[in-house]
Design a protein around this ligand. Sequence first.
Ligand code: SAM
Length: 296
Amino acid sequence: MTEIGWFAEPPRFGFQQRLAVRSELHRERSPYQEIVVLDTENWGRALLLDGALQTTEVDQAAYHEMLVHVPLLAHPRPERVLIIGGGDGGSLRHVLAHPVSRVLQVEIDEAVVRNSQRWLPALSGGAFDDPRAELIIGDGVRHVQETAERFDVILVDSTDPVGPASDLFSVPFYRSVREALRPGGLFVTQCGSPLLMADEWREAIDALRQVFASVDPYLTLVPTYPGVIWSFAAASMNRSPRMPLDDRWRTLLASAATPSYYTPEVHRASFALPASLLADRPLFPALHEAAGVASS
Ligand code: SAM
């Protein structure tokens, strides 16, 4: 909802955040979604898909750095990386700050890539032109099912599990991811808000646990996302994501993607979950009980 001067996500549990907006820079409907770019008062430019805020120039690091650096620094030698979604190019830029040999990105909607490069170029920062990067416009679910290529790290940087993204949170997809990982590989997916989208969080974790030997949820703080607290889940057959293996993160300090959120301490601390999440319940269960939503 973008009334003059403000953007607000739909209210959830009687809670709503909004951003002061200077102007709407662009709006178009692709075959997959409505794409809007806003110029905000204090958070830079913002990308919306079907009315849901995807990223802002100001706080994108808290999401992209934690999606990317946690698995890539917990893996001893990530050479081949696959990104599903991520059309704004933020994840790609952060992956390329690592000494990887190849990054394949599969994004279903070319309009997101085109408009992100046009209106929010700092997010990708030229990453799509890196010789190590390959962009395929296609369905990530189908690509992973059909590919014979194998990867050290696979990332899902998708919209919420509706529409074309819904199958990216399914057991069959996770099984195909497991097959597409090299031995010792790591998979990370964004899992939404454990506070305001508790079902999304729960269903993704449950599905991952049916497929992978270890599933480690972790958290970050993105001020412009609903409820601010945002979640990821790292999954693998035999590798812990819980800490950086060495001091490779220092090379990031000298890269074009100097971390503004990630540190080794934040990496380790991000896996410390509040008691209710550890007990497989939503954060602040009383909120869900008050709203008549089962929180077990
Ligand atoms: N950073 C954002 C966030 O925090 O949720 C999401 C980044 S990106 C804009 C999400 C992308 O996932 C969109 O560009 C969307 O087109 C893409 N996407 C959704 N379903 C997909 C699928 N099945 N295959 C490939 N890309 C998909």
